[in-house]
Design a protein around this ligand. Structure first.
Ligand SMILES: Cc1cc2nc3c(=O)[nH]c(=O)nc-3n(C[C@H](O)[C@H](O)[C@H](O)COP(=O)(O)O)c2cc1C
Ligand code: SF4
Length: 437
């Protein structure tokens, strides 16, 4: 489990409320601290629609990156005529550098199990799959032990809390590349098939696993549900970030809407003589933001407006030793390598963006490269099967938007001011063909 960062006392602790437990797998201790109280209320008091209405009233939105309203998915699945329905907890954690979901599963497996069971109750599903990255062995083992313990107490299984409702919960370790975190790919992997994203609509809530209505929900989204039903303060409004800070790194639970500055400060100050240069927000397809954007609220809309996104919850700070062109190049290369190739503008377009990044960082830019970069990014956005295409443009586009001088130094002079890129210096002071004189 990653280190859990200390947050200010007035920030609510919802997802990590039980993180301090000596033995997170001990069901007696978990129950004593309120585990399965939300499920009990859903079943004995609220009923399926009342449960969905409570989650809707709280305003819960998906923590898997895009922020879809949670209750809407449950209602769609419940309202779709079908013989069977499914709930899938997405705990895959596609970003290899972010451990938010894994940390949650390890710290409080019962919150995930309870949230998924409540979702199944509300959506009319009898089967829940808890998908976890197979290499996260502690998370897999802990979740499996917690499922066994919850089953032995009738919190899940044939007769949930004596209600006559059957909700089976199964841990499903999955392993694959970055795209496996995308919901339609994950659904195919769970069915033992090779996956590429599918055209939507229909969304999985209408037609998902084996063509049945399927609620796919990030594990953090699900873990917030019991807290909502038991009336915990701020229950629908926190999210986990994986901060790589100047002095400290780890996972922190932050209220949505917190200024980015407060999150960065959890990680301490830059080393003596150094200053903050950039913050990469959103993981491999994150936006690269300069210090003057630190007042931006960490929320779906505000981050999108500045060219970043919540994504994997990753927030990485870089001091003035870093080169933004090099960062953008690396991230775009990763995004191009991980693109599944099904959609041509993404398969070719993101690769071309990565090549422009490579040329910038080696001092071999061609005239018109920056214009091409903007044109390509505009073409790539909006013609995709999945969000990866749009998101993959963010590192380069935010680099261009906020660090133009540094980009121009590479582009026009083959110079890397931070001394990071191994640029092949141009033989003369000649600018790239076609670049402004
Ligand atoms: C390339 C790509 C990778 C993704 N990886 C993850 C992931 O690792 N975990 C996750 O929960 N959602 C991931 N998503 C989002 C899912 O497709 C889906 O929207 C999410 O699991 C729905 O849950 P939510 O509504 O609770 O956020 C990814 C999306 C894309 C386009
Ligand atoms: S947009 Fe990219 S990653 Fe998504 S389906 Fe198309 S090729 Fe695959």
């Amino acid at each position: 489990m990653s280190a859990i960062l200390q947050t200010p006392k007035d920030w609510p602790s919802v997802l990590l409320a039980r993180a301090g437990a000596k033995d997170p797998g001990n069901i007696d201790e978990a129950v004593q601290s309120g585990a399965f109280d939300g499920l009990r209320r859903a079943i004995r008091e609220l009923g399926p629609e009342g449960t969905t209405a409570a989650v809707e009233a709280a305003g819960l939105r998906g923590r898997g990156g895009a922020g879809h309203p949670t209750a809407a998915k449950w209602r769609t699945a419940a309202g779709t005529e079908a013989r069977e329905r499914f709930v899938v907890a997405n705990g895959y954690g596609a970003d290899p550098a972010a451990s938010t979901d894994r940390t949650l599963i390890e710290a409080d497996p019962y919150a995930v199990i309870e949230g998924a069971t409540i979702a199944a109750f509300a959506a009319g599903a009898e089967q829940v799959f808890l998908s976890v990255r197979a290499t996260d062995t502690t998370a897999v083992t802990r979740l499996q032990a917690a499922v066994d313990a919850a089953s032995s107490r009738n919190f899940i299984g044939d007769d949930v809390l004596g209600s006559g409702r059957r909700i089976e919960v199964e841990v499903r370790p999955v392993q694959g590349a970055y795209m496996l975190g995308e919901e339609t790919v994950l659904l195919k992997a769970l069915d033992g098939k090779r996956g590429q994203p599918e055209q939507r609509p229909p969304h999985p809530a209408t037609r998902g696993f084996r063509n049945a209505p399927t609620v796919v929900q990030n594990v953090q989204t699900l873990a917030a549900v019991p807290a909502i039903l038991t009336g915990r303060k701020g229950a629908a409004g926190t999210i986990l970030v994986d901060l790589r800070g100047h002095e400290r790194s780890g996972v922190a639970e932050v209220p949505l809407g917190t200024p980015l500055r407060d999150i960065v400060e959890l990680g301490g100050k830059p080393a003596a003589g150094r200053k903050l240069k950039a913050v990469v927000v959103g993981g491999p397809t994150g936006g690269i933001l300069p210090p003057d954007q630190l007042d931006t609220a960490y929320s779906y809309e505000d981050l999108r407006a500045v060219g970043a996104h919540i994504g994997s919850g990753s927030v990485i700070v870089a001091d003035d030793r870093a080169c933004v062109v090099d960062l953008a190049r690396l991230l775009t290369r990763y995004a191009a390598d991980e693109a599944c190739g099904k959609t041509i503008p993404c398969r070719i377009g993101v690769r071309r963006l990565a090549e422009i990044g490579e040329r910038l960082s080696t001092g071999t830019s061609r005239g018109g490269d920056l214009g091409l970069l903007e044109d390509l990014a505009a073409d790539v956005v909006g013609s995709a099967l999945c969000d990866h295409e749009r998101l993959a443009t963010l590192p380069m586009m935010s680099g261009l938007r906020y660090f133009r001088d540094e980009v121009d130094a590479h582009y026009l002079r083959g110079d890397c001011p931070a001394g990071v890129c191994r640029t092949v210096r141009l033989a003369t002071d000649r600018a790239p063909v076609g670049a402004p004189a």
